[in-house]
Ligand binder design. Structure first.
Ligand code: GDP
Length: 458
């Protein structure tokens, strides 16, 4: 970790041209440095939370006309003095302003260093700091809501409650140990037992929410597969409502894999369109397509197998099902082109298939919503609109599993009347992992690791 006494600087807006671009300075000398490069005098004497219009000047050359926002410690994002310089959004200007700040004593911020400082200055706990990164990365209303809930301290509150209740009991247990000669029980075992039961339920629910949380945060990858001419490109276009892939009558023309995203009720599905998965192809490019298609299916969370339901492909469909099942691939069956033959006939032909088939017409946009609902139902169990905490962070998930394990140990200790000092040890384990999640207990290495995954300027 680099010294916290340094004043740090970074571009806070994304690369590329924008109407405005923002440079952020944080640290004891943030305002002094800004004052040295700003055309208007007396910036240091200005009150916190004020805006100042002027010029950034270096060696008598005006770099840009800017607006400076002033945040004096402790009322700032990092808890230190913070200056934000809003420039015109040219990369050249932003680089110039940063370099002038560096000349006047600032140093380049490392990835996540602003948020790290906010954490170290007690502005955020670790779960909230991590939620900042999730919030910035959120691409759907559900990901946004889960990050916002954590950022506002929802998850921290759950953990704080658990920790406080456990600490009370742990203190009584430790007290008993001090009086071990006298065989007294300060900690009411029945109440303790109930508490452990309640904490186990809360923790288990949090652990369970991760499968949904993971889907919310990372989305779901979907491979649309099927023989050439099944209508995969047409379906992709229909789903995305735009002419992205080339639709063609010649079998096997969609050779490049294209990735697009689709938001179904707040879950992001990443669609991968692939070449057909025809077994016996003489065409080399087509064979590569098949290989890629197989690879995509293995990498994808879900495969949608699209087939032309206007013709009889019952045996092939059964083979295909066997392939999915043998390879543990989650899949959906979609019968396309029902407009050409009629829904009833399609149902009749495929009655022998023991899995639900969604019959659609990709071309005429029929039953597309049913297909979307089926995709959604395959991954989203549980209520996405729920207000409670949904775990989206794999680090929290790991620590919560350890919490759960120590709760089980405590319970079995109580069940088997093991000595108080051993139970006290399990309680300490449990408290340790709870503390690790919020960052009350942490190491410098761990912090470096967590914050290194942020972008510069965050
Ligand atoms: P791909 O090779 O699987 O990507 O198939 P395409 O999307 O290129 O479609 C192959 C042919 O089937 C094209 O002529 C499409 O217009 C046609 N097609 C696709 N969907 C439907 C549909 O729902 N009904 C009918 N009748 N034809 C369709």
């Amino acid at each position: 970790m680099l010294p916290l006494s340094d004043t740090i600087v970074a571009i806070a807006t994304p690369p590329g041209e924008g109407a405005i671009g923002i440079i952020r300075l944080s640290g004891a000398n943030a305002i002094t440095i800004a004052a040295k490069i700003f055309s208007k005098k007396g910036l240091e004497q200005q009150p916190s939370h004020t805006l100042h219009f002027g010029k950034i000047v270096s060696n008598h050359t005006v770099i840009d006309e800017v607006v400076i926002s002033l945040f004096k410690n402790p009322k700032s994002y990092t808890g230190e003095d913070v200056v934000e310089i809003s420039c015109h959004g040219s990369n050249y200007i932003l680089q110039q302003v940063v370099s002038v700040c560096l000349q006047h004593g600032a140093r380049m911020a490392q990835a996540g260093e602003f948020t790290l400082r906010a954490f170290l200055n007690g502005k955020l706990d670790l779960t909230q700091a991590e939620a900042v990164a999730d919030l910035i990365a959120s691409q759907s209303n559900t990901a946004h809501r889960a990050a916002m809930h954590t950022l506002r301290g929802g998850f921290s509150e759950d953990l704080k409650d658990m920790r406080e209740q456990l600490i009370t009991f742990s203190a009584l247990m430790e007290l008993e140990l001090d009086f071990s000669e006298e065989d007294v029980e300060f900690a009411d075992r029945t109440r303790f037992y109930q508490l452990i039961g309640a904490l186990t339920t809360v923790t288990q629910n949090l652990v369970n929410s991760f499968s949904l949380g993971n889907v919310i945060k990372n989305g779901v990858s979907v491979a649309i597969v099927g023989k050439p001419n099944a209508g995969k490109s047409t379906l992709l276009n229909t789903l995305l409502n735009e002419e992205r892939a080339i639709v063609s009558d010649i079998a096997g023309t969609t050779r490049d894999t294209i990735e697009e995203t689709l938001n179904i009720n707040g879950i992001i599905f990443r669609l991968i369109d692939t070449a057909g998965i025809r077994e016996h192809s003489k065409d080399l490019i087509e064979l590569q397509g098949i290989e890629r298609s197989r690879e995509a299916m293995k990498k994808a969370d879900i495969a949608v197998y699209l087939f032309d339901a206007s013709v009889d492909q019952l045996d092939e469909l059964k083979d295909q099902q066997r392939y999915f099942e043998e390879n543990n691939i989650k899949y959906l069956l979609a019968g396309n082109k029902v407009d050409a033959r009629g829904l009833e006939k399609a149902h009749d032909t495929y009655r022998g298939i023991d899995k639900q088939i969604i019959f659609i017409s990709a071309k005429n946009k029929e039953n597309i919503n049913e297909l979307k609902t089926a995709l959604y139902d395959l991954v989203a169990t549980g209520d996405l609109q729920q207000e409670g905490t949904i775990i989206t962070n794999v680090r929290h998930y790991g620590a919560l599993q350890e919490v759960l394990k120590s709760l089980h140990d405590i319970k079995s200790g109580l069940d088997n009347s093991v000595p108080g000092d051993l139970i006290a040890l399990d309680i300490r384990h449990c408290l340790h992992y709870l503390g690790e999640i919020t960052g009350e207990i942490t190491t410098e290495d761990k912090l470096d690791y967590i914050f290194s995954k942020f972008c510069i300027g965050k």
